[in-house]
Write a protein that binds this ligand. Structure first.
Ligand SMILES: C[S@@+](CC[C@H](N)C(=O)[O-])C[C@H]1O[C@@H](n2cnc3c(N)ncnc32)[C@H](O)[C@@H]1O
Length: 246
């Protein structure tokens, strides 16, 4: 039930997390030029960033996710875009990816590495990256140290692995990568294609589920996340890290 309502809330939103194509492009252009790179997009959802990467790179892109309805939608988008020859949607967990070692020029993950954890993702995915090639992720981070108690408690429950940016940078270096660049997603990346449409969806579903306490509890949780961001967005955000395998 909880999972069903979660997916009813999120289905057909423009994106499944914060981000916009313009920031995918910004991160991509921080990388050195690559000739038709082979790219893996981990936790690709319905493939918003994945398709943008295909257009930007002219390379071959594989998107992996475990939620089949997202992958089905992604597959339809691949066909509509006429990119079936070089973009693939694959049902595979980021915990058990079955690719050859050193088979990708770039591994990309927008808003999804938190599922495996920043450090574990950097360590486990490293072997799939060709020598001296790239890993690009955006990940939730504290933008200032010593956040207020309310938001600190909230994030400890939601994602205890959240770190400050300097702590993330230490992990980057400790896991065998050099940092090429990093930047924080601006607030429009949260509102325009994610929290804005999500908030409207929550309001609609509140009417549908007015007599269903379980569904209302899930809607409250989703709304709370948005309220926390309204109140505390100066304290945390999602940070793009553009890394090169050493
Ligand atoms: C916040 S969404 C980000 C989607 C997409 N990268 C974007 O920026 O629009 C996180 C995605 O990770 C996927 N996911 C969750 N667990 C996963 C796993 N074990 N392996 C691969 N993907 C997973 C979810 O289904 C969801 O599509």
């Amino acid at each position: 039930m909880t999972a069903d309502i979660f997916f009813e809330i999120h289905q057909d939103l423009p994106r499944e997390g914060p981000g916009r194509n313009k920031y995918t492009r910004k991160a991509f252009h921080i990388l050195p030029k690559l000739d038709k790179p082979r790219i893996l997009d981990v936790g690709c959802g319905t493939g918003g960033p994945t398709l943008e990467l295909a257009r930007l790179s002219q390379g071959e892109v594989v998107g992996v996710d475990i939620h089949q309805p997202y992958l089905d939608k992604f597959s339809r988008k691949i066909e509509q875009a006429g990119l079936s020859d070089r973009v693939k949607a694959m049902n595979s967990s980021m915990f058990k990816m079955n690719f050859l070692d050193e088979s990708f020029d770039i591994i990309w993950a927008e808003g999804s590495i938190f599922i495996i954890g920043f450090e574990r993702g950097l360590k486990e995915w490293r072997r799939f990256i060709k020598p001296n090639k790239f890993l690009v992720v955006h990940e939730m981070a504290w933008l200032q140290p010593d956040p207020p108690q309310e938001i600190d408690d909230y994030w400890k429950k939601l994602y205890a692995g959240i770190m400050t940016v300097p702590e993330n940078l230490e992990v980057v270096s400790g896991c065998g990568y050099s940092l090429i660049g990093h930047f924080t997603l601006p607030e429009d990346a949260w509102w325009l294609e994610y929290y804005g449409p999500l908030e409207k969806r929550i309001q609609k579903l509140r009417i549908k589920y007015t007599d269903n306490p379980k569904a209302l509890a899930v809607l409250d949780e989703e709304q709370l996340e948005i309220e926390m961001f309204k109140k505390y967005s100066k304290w945390y955000g999602s940070v793009f890290f553009i890394m090169q395998k050493r």
